[in-house]
Structures are given as structure tokens and as C-alpha cells.
Design a protein around this ligand. Sequence first.
Ligand code: NAG
Ligand code: NAG
Ligand code: NAG
Ligand code: NAG
Ligand code: NAG
Ligand code: NAG
Ligand code: NAG
Length: 553
Amino acid sequence: MVDNKDLEAEIHPLKNDDRQSQENLQSRSDKEDPCKSPPPRSRLSRCRTVAFFVSLFICLLVVFVVSFIVPCPDRPASQRTWRIDYNTAVAYNFLAMEDVNRDRIQDILFLYKTANSSNSNRSCADEGFSSPCAFAAAVSGANGSLLWERPVAQDVTLVQCTSPQQRDSGVLSACILVEGSGLVIALDPFTGEALWSHPSSLGGNTSILSLLLGLPDVDSDGLPDLLVLTREDKEMSCYLYSGGTGSQVGSKGRLGTDGEKDVLLHVTRTGAHYLLFPCARSLCGWSLKSLLEGMTGRESHLQRDLIWERTINTTTYRLVCARLLYHSPRAIRYQMLVPGRAGEDLLLVGSEACMLLDGQDLVPRWILGDTQVFRKPILGHYKPDTLAVVIENGTGINRQVLLLGLETGAILWHQPLPDLPRGPPSASVLTADHRSAFFFWGLPEGVGTNQMDTPRSLYMFHPTLPGVLLELANVSVNIIAFQAVLLEPSRHAAYILLTGPENPAAPGLVSVTKHKVRDSILDSRVVYLGRDRDNSDQAVRDHFFRLRYRSES
Ligand SMILES: *[C@@H]1O[C@H](CO)[C@@H](O)[C@H](O)[C@H]1NC(C)=O
Ligand SMILES: *[C@@H]1O[C@H](CO)[C@@H](O)[C@H](O)[C@H]1NC(C)=O
Ligand SMILES: *[C@@H]1O[C@H](CO)[C@@H](O)[C@H](O)[C@H]1NC(C)=O
Ligand SMILES: *[C@@H]1O[C@H](CO)[C@@H](O)[C@H](O)[C@H]1NC(C)=O
Ligand SMILES: *[C@@H]1O[C@H](CO)[C@@H](O)[C@H](O)[C@H]1NC(C)=O
Ligand SMILES: *[C@@H]1O[C@H](CO)[C@@H](O)[C@H](O)[C@H]1NC(C)=O
Ligand SMILES: *[C@@H]1O[C@H](CO)[C@@H](O)[C@H](O)[C@H]1NC(C)=O
């Protein structure tokens, strides 16, 4: 119901104002009739007028100068697509982003192995390696021009760079490389120079399992330290290195016999640090405090958590909580820390189930049984501002992509999407509507897995059109690494492909390419998942084309 007064005002909107303005007019004309007695214009008022116009002119001039003549700081133009090639090389599965040349566009770091690099004036022998050796390179994200390149190691087993979150909390930017022999090298991502390197102290039969950056400072140099996990014969051990100098701190730490790769550092809500790793069909945990105290022989300022101390069996280091054992996800293939309601929770992907554990009391939040996951899940947003987890159930021709709500484990979307085994990982990029665009690899429709040189297709998905996949590109070369990224904050999304020979023993063409997602959308093919086609192909492409992206906050 509309108020009577409002209705009146709507019908005669000008009634009251009219009367008032008429009255005003009358009274004004009474007071100042220009014909009656024009006021004598004094010199003073003329001066005022001149002063007024002069100052107005100066103001306009200043505005003009500032807005047109003084140039804005140059924003380098990003090329829509670029490519850099290396002949007779092999690529490592590694891509990292860092603004190397400080032009506010993320640049791309990658590793490859070759005998001779035509771009680098330094050879393997100059750095004391035999040929072929591993080169690290950084290329400009804007146009693919080479920023630096140099031989860094004989071969690379593990590589990891400090994450943007770690950098925000004051951690030195570095990429840590571990050679098969155990040599640890810290690389400055801005110059490619080695910050430090530490010769191997590992025994003959040691293999390197994983690398943990950003350990709380142990040697009191103000920089986070790093832990290298190894397996010697049957025992899992760890070595601690100073983040500042690379020198080893303390002695070898022993982690028992059951451990497998993939170690996480978890901080409980009470602020205690625990190392977690899959072990013999369960999950094992170590208090970082006791581990470091054992290795250095000094008391550590870290904390213990009472609940966790009671949960960890002191002889096997397994986490003993009845419900975890009862709902065992079997052999744990992947474990991830994911943002939870308060602090971080733990997502476990087992050979038969996926489960989310509360990060403090280890109570399962949800369990999704009957899944065969062979790929580490990724996160994204299906509903605005709520995290979803992407898992791939099955491999090859039976592969299905599932999107689960992280909070509840409910299946939000699922789609069969056959792929060849060991395909590139999926990716997600935040969109301005607080959801994510997802990128999946799969086989083009109607292509068998047994055909030689089968191309792979890159599909794009956005939750606002759940019945549609957009086939962005067909790639027939072997993909080593893939990332979908925003190279500039809140600008266009791009995808980076590192391609190269499948067999490391047979060097060939290695390429790094950048493609703008929008350009691919123009040439894309629309794949309707259901039978109903509510939109025309062009309307779907337009919808994807209009998506705006935002950077991770
Ligand atoms: C590398 O360069 C050296 C000399 O520059 C040349 O003798 C050698 O054949 C090259 N090796 C390869 C694999 O191209
Ligand atoms: C390679 O080139 C850089 C400058 O471009 C120079 O500083 C460096 O000394 C050169 N290194 C060798 C081994 O020639
Ligand atoms: C590429 O961009 C950088 C700045 O990001 C610029 O210095 C360089 O000249 C550009 N190179 C080419 C080949 O356009
Ligand atoms: C390495 O392992 C092999 C077999 O597992 C064994 O024969 C050899 O003695 C070991 N070498 C060392 C240095 O432990
Ligand atoms: C720890 O595990 C061992 C071996 O399974 C078992 O014998 C022992 O009772 C457990 N200890 C506790 C405190 O549960
Ligand atoms: C996973 O795949 C298997 C075999 O294809 C199927 O039986 C099972 O129902 C799938 N699980 C889910 C949660 O969809
Ligand atoms: C990919 O290949 C398929 C089959 O050859 C073709 O129908 C499709 O149009 C191609 N897609 C793109 C994006 O080029």
C-alpha cells in the first residue's frame, strides 16, 4: 500500500514547489528591479572580477597540466600470447610466479635440463657441473622476454619456492632446490644467483622425500628454517637447515619406519606445531617441539597441545583416535591443510574415501566413501565466497570430476571427463562474482584413449553455467606443467603451459607459452552437458568472455 500523501505527491509532484517558486520570483523582482537603479560599478568590484577570472584560469591550467601534460607512470602492455623455445632440452614439472623485474606483472620461473643453452653465456662447466645440467630461467610475464637464466644444479629432485603468504609475513623470497645427491641450493628468484648452497651430508642409499619451507626460526637468525625429509633404507629421517645460511642445524632427526612422502606442518588452534605424514594406512604425527629438541639438544620455544599429545601413540607415532580408525580412509594418498571455520582443517584423500578432519580435535567433519582419487585435490569457489574442493574420481576413461562443498562434503557438481593417465592438474581462478572459473583437462569428445598422439583439450567451467563446458584449446604436445593465473592483479586471466618431451632420456623441444583466456574463448567450442540448450553458442561464449577476475586476497 502506498501512503495517501505519497500518492498525492506522485500525482502532483510539482504542486507545492510551483507555488513556492512563483512566490520567490515575485519577491525577488520587487527587491531588485534592474531597470530601477543600476548600482554603480566600482573599481573594486572590477578588480574582484579580474582576480576571480585570473585565479580560475590558473586553477584550470593546473588541472590541465596535471591531467594531460604530466604523463602517467607507464604501465607495460601485456602481450596476449607469447612463447619461448629451447631445443634439445627436458623440462621439470615446475612453474612459479614472481614479479622479477618489478613491473607489477608476475613473471614466470621454470627449470629445464640441457647441454648447451643458447641464451645463457654460462655453461654447465662454468658452474662446475657436467653437461647436461639443470638451468633455471625467468621470463617476463608481459612479453616472454628472458630476464635471467643460469645453470643451477646437476639435476633437480625437488624444488619449492616460498609462497606469497610466507612472503607477506616477512619471509625472504627464495626457491629451494634439492639435488638427487642431497645438495641443497637456495636461489634468489630476482637474479637467479645462489643465495647459499649446502653440500650433501646424506649417506649413499638415501632418497629425498620432501621439503618443508617456513619452519619456525630455530637458529635465531630471524629467518624461517627448512626441513628436508629423507628415507634411508627403511627409516624416515629429517635434516634441518638454516634459512639464512643453509648450514645444517643440529643432527639428523629420526621419524620412525612407517612414514611415507608428503609431509605437512600443521599448527593447531592452540598454536602448537605438528608434522603430519601418511604412514602404514594411517596418519602419523610428531610434535615439532620434541623433534627439534631431540635434534638440537636445546629447549625450543614452541608449544605442545594436550589433546594432540594424548592422541599420538609414543611408540608408533600414529594418531590414535577411535573415529579416525573406524572410518579409515585406508592408505592416505594426499593430505592438505584447508581453511576451516577457525584455523586450518585437514583434508585426507585415501585410496577408498575422502575425509575432512577438524584441525584441533581431529573429529571427522564429513566422509565421502567409494572414491578412487589419484590426483591431489584443488580448491575453488562454486558458491559465492564458500570454498569447494575439486576431486577426480577414477582415471582414464572412467574419470569423473566432482566438486564438493568443503564445509559439508555435499556433491555440488559432477561430470564424467575422460582423460589419459597422468594428465595435467586442474586449476581455478577467482572471478569478480566471488566464485571461481575452473580449468580441467580431458580428452576431446569421441576420441579413444588408445589412439596415438591424442590431443588433450582444456575445458573451462563456471558455476553460473553449470550445464556447459567451454573447450578452450586442443594441445597435442606433452604437457609437463600447467597453471591458470592472473599475471596482473584484477586483470585478464591467462594460462601458462610448459611442454616438453615425455621421456627425460630423449631431449627435445621445450616451450613455455602464455595464452590469454579471453582470446581462447573467442575460438572455443561449446560443449552442452545436458540435453537442454538454453543458450546459443554465442551467448555462452559472450557470458564467459564477460567474466571478470580478481586476485587472491
Ligand atoms: C654444446 O656446445 C659445444 C661447443 O659450444 C659443442 O661442441 C657441443 O656439440 C654442443 N652440444 C650440444 C648437445 O649441442
Ligand atoms: C654473462 O653476462 C653477464 C652480463 O650480461 C656478465 O655480467 C657475466 O660476467 C657473463 N658471464 C660469463 C661467464 O661470461
Ligand atoms: C618486454 O617487456 C619488458 C618490460 O616488462 C621490456 O623491458 C622489454 O623491452 C620488452 N621486450 C620486448 C621484446 O618487447
Ligand atoms: C644400498 O642398498 C643396497 C641394497 O638395498 C645394499 O646392497 C648396499 O649395501 C647399500 N649401500 C649402502 C651404502 O648402504
Ligand atoms: C601404541 O601402539 C603400540 C603398537 O601398536 C601398542 O602396543 C601400544 O599399546 C600403544 N600405546 C598406547 C598408549 O596406545
Ligand atoms: C567413483 O567412481 C566409482 C567407479 O567409477 C563409482 O562406483 C563411485 O560411485 C564413484 N564415487 C562417487 C562419489 O561418485
Ligand atoms: C578440438 O578438436 C576437436 C576435434 O578435432 C574439434 O572438434 C574442436 O573444434 C577443437 N577445439 C578447439 C577449441 O579448437
